[in-house]
Ligand binder design. Structure first.
Ligand SMILES: Nc1ncnc2c1ncn2[C@@H]1O[C@H](COP(=O)(O)OP(=O)(O)OP(=O)(O)O)[C@@H](O)[C@H]1O
Ligand SMILES: [Mg+2]
Length: 233
């Protein structure tokens, strides 16, 4: 792809939910359009229930728009089948959620390596080396063989960050990554995400209620009446 093409482009994306049979559909996203350049960091803010997670799930191909199109690195995602989407999710996109979703019976290192199992491109030695390097980078070099239950909340979330980055995705999506953390851990996580956006050259789109975190992104967009508008907070 040419370097001027946006990494991510949404064109007139709408999403309607039908909660129950016979009920009127609820329009959550309405003709929403926006673009993100490779390397950018963007915060999406807005009140509870306005559709932030819906939007992030559509960007991450976990959900489909009712109408409109999503382009990732020049590819129209609506033209891909489920298998092709699964490959994009595993190679190009990293996900971080409010709750870490680590496997309790696996060690830190094993958890981080889970996404590499399905990715035929990665050699297992290369992946293990990268996992150790990244875990050291986020301050968990001494925790490789701990299980999630033996870590603090902030440490678990850092494992989730490394797991999201292990396959060198182009796009990192984070849905309230500091939502379950105390103030100190949240600040550390915010700083880490900013640094990794730069170091790993990964484009970052995060949803947050924390304005302190949002302010550290290159751009802040507010989801209002189903559309994204520039916000200054
Ligand atoms: N599967 C679904 N079926 C029907 N309605 C849904 C579904 N998922 C979400 N909604 C509705 O869509 C709206 C947007 O939900 P969404 O989870 O995207 O909000 P949000 O901005 O992420 O909120 P929060 O900040 O509380 O996480 C809400 O009104 C919700 O009730
Ligand atoms: Mg949400």
């Amino acid at each position: 792809m040419s370097s001027v093409a946006p990494l991510l482009k949404l064109e007139k994306v709408s999403k309607n939910y039908v909660a129950a049979e016979g009920a009127a559909p609820v329009a959550v996203l309405r003709d929403l359009s926006f673009e993100i350049t490779a390397g950018e960091s963007v915060a999406i803010i807005g009140p509870s229930g306005c559709g932030k997670s819906t939007l992030l799930n559509i960007i991450g191909t976990l959900d489909h728009p009712t109408s409109g199109s999503v382009w990732l690195d020049g590819q129209d995602l609506s033209r891909l089948d489920e298998q092709q989407l699964a490959a994009i999710r595993s190679r190009q996109i990293g996900f971080i959620f409010q709750s870490h979703h680590l496997l309790p019976q696996c060690s830190v290192l094993e958890n981080v390596l889970v996404p590499t199992i399905a990715d035929k491109r990665s050699s297992s030695t290369g992946a293990a080396e990268r996992a150790e390097k990244l875990l050291k980078r986020v301050g968990l070099g001494e925790r490789l063989h701990h299980r999630p239950g033996q870590l603090s909340g902030g440490e678990r979330q850092r494992v989730a960050v490394v797991r999201a980055l292990i396959n060198q995705p182009k796009l990192l999506l984070a849905d309230e990554p500091t939502g379950a953390l105390d103030r100190n851990s949240a600040q550390g996580m915010a700083q880490l995400l900013v640094e990794l956006n730069r170091e790993e050259q990964v484009t970052l789109v995060l949803v947050t209620h924390a304005l302190e975190l949002a302010r550290q992104m290159n751009r802040i967009l507010e989801l209002r009446d189903g559309q994204l508008v520039s916000a200054v907070v």
